[in-house]
Design a protein. Structure first.
Length: 202
């Protein structure tokens, strides 16, 4: 198990998790742009982690572990992290708003868990494409909407609608199955990430 822990094939997944943890730090510093930009970078790493892992010779256990890590990290990075960071930044002493925040934040996390588990079931059955919005895409949408000025007090609504996006039964193709779709996805990630970093540094 120790050998699996230090497997270089999981490097991008570990880096994605590190960026998510770093975004929590910047959320505590009230730095919304760099926080959201780091989510975008995590989405970028998530887009290539499978391809990167396939470059290395791995045992069947290592391959299955990589798939489980990918799902677990999708939830941690793109569901738990945004909910936690936004709850920190939008914290209010107004008791009338704390209840909606709790309900919508919990709903978003439950939707993320269900979305991840459901994808794993379909993936094992060999079903192509996505049902519902992928967690990484949902995290990127939230990151993009944070460009809107003074949106923080209303981010509980973002979590509510983002949660529904993950569990509604619409079909989406996997970007990896279409080069043009994949390029568009990467371009969207870079646009959101660089936009946030530009606002932060300039």
């Amino acid at each position: 198990m120790i050998k699996l822990l230090f497997s270089i094939s999981n490097l991008l997944s570990y880096l994605s998790l590190a960026l998510a943890l770093l975004s929590v730090y910047f959320a505590c510093q009230n730095e919304i742009n760099i926080m959201a930009g780091l989510w975008g970078l995590s989405a970028l790493l998530d887009s290539f982690d499978g391809k990167f892992a396939s470059l290395f010779k791995r045992s069947q256990i290592a391959k299955k572990l990589g798939m489980e890590l990918d799902s677990l990290l999708d939830f941690l990075v793109f569901a738990w992290t945004p909910a936690f960071c936004l709850s920190i930044m939008a914290f209010t002493t107004d008791y009338t708003m704390q209840l909606p925040w709790f309900i919508c934040g919990l709903f978003y996390l439950i939707a993320g868990i269900i979305r991840t588990g459901y994808f794993n079931i379909l993936n094992r059955r060999g079903v192509e494409g996505f049902t519902g919005m992928p967690t990484a895409a949902t995290g990127l949408i939230i990151s993009a909407l944070l460009f809107i000025p003074d949106i923080l007090p209303y981010t509980w609504l973002l979590l509510f609608f983002a949660g529904w996006l993950m569990i509604l039964p619409f079909k989406l193709p996997k970007p990896s199955q279409n080069i043009y779709l994949f390029i568009s996805w990467i371009a969207a990630i870079l646009a959101v990430s660089l936009g946030h970093f530009t606002l932060y540094f300039f």
